[in-house]
Design a protein around this ligand. Sequence first.
Ligand SMILES: Cc1ncc(COP(=O)(O)O)c(C=O)c1O
Length: 380
Amino acid sequence: MTEYPLPDRKPARPFFSSGPCAKPPGYSPDKLATESLGRSHRAKIGKTRLQYCIDLMREMLQLPDTHRIGIVPGSDTGAFEMAMWTMIDARGVTTLAWESFGEGWVTDVVKQLGVEATVMRADYGQIPDLDKVDWDDDVIFTWNGTTSGVRVPDAEWIPADRRGLSFCDATSAVFAYDIPWDKIDVATFSWQKVLGGEGGHGVLILGPRAVERLETYTPARPLPKVFRLVSKGKLSEGIFKGETINTPSMLAVEDAIWALEWAKGIGGLKGLQARSNANAHALDKIVAERDWLGHLAVDHGIRSKTSVCLTVEGADADFIKAFAGLLEKQGAAYDIAGYRDAPPGLRIWCGATVDTTDIEALGPWLDWAFAETKASLATA
Ligand SMILES: Cc1ncc(COP(=O)(O)O)c(C=O)c1O
């Protein structure tokens, strides 16, 4: 039974999951274009829509012509693993990990690919010393570590004259931060994050040096068809023009197009960034006003503006489960428990598809859930 009074106002859209993330405001499935559904993706209509999606992504990302961008299977994981499986082990490898997804890429490199790599790690809330990275190596990193709320500060630590390639898992970073594309040889993301699109497909971005690697290096391992980016020693350029390797979900593509058109309507990259910044700022204010809440990433310079991870005084995993469960039951906040591998805490998505008024409305609900959870666990 509720002991504490419920706050007056609920977030209108209580969707704070860090993936799949909230749909853009105003979204409804019946607004999607459906002419391409039930048709071959290789028919003119399908190819035109895939190419339009690619063009919109390029425009919203402000991606220069030096870089190719294509739609691939397997969401962000598929895109990133495709890059690693096709390009890694041509030279030394350094992998950086400071949370669960970065750690997943370490496992891929060391255990699955069997590559001897330098692994630079940091605990949740911290980041490795980026100035110590050896750029003779290929370097694998996550721009925004979604499970710890720690991001790289910028790309200053990536030298222009690097000999290795930079492989950037940018899934919860694109559309939220300025990414200097000349520093990025490979980047991947999925629509399900900052765009509020669907999972299932990944997006693969290749700079010119990555293309050169693909065309000059043949890895000594079998590559499944869905990983094959090269044909007869040449990059399969069609992939970057909407000729997907295998059958895409045109429904997911239409969904992404809707989100991208929404993004364009609010001012493109700058508009998306402004919304994410305002959300992170509003959440920061909530944290600053409460002594029982804190940021897992204490250093503001490496703190995420999308997947913001919070500590809760005295909370263990059971406390967080009960806390998040109460808010979900009230329809006040969905999916805000921290990631299963992270220290017990909260994770609140502040990407562009979330409305700032909804973040602001969260404050009193967090207070309510904190008091309720403490009371209920004390009497349990
Ligand atoms: C940093 C990071 N990398 C990879 C992934 C995996 O993404 P997907 O499920 O789209 O493959 C996620 C998902 O949350 C993520 O946050």
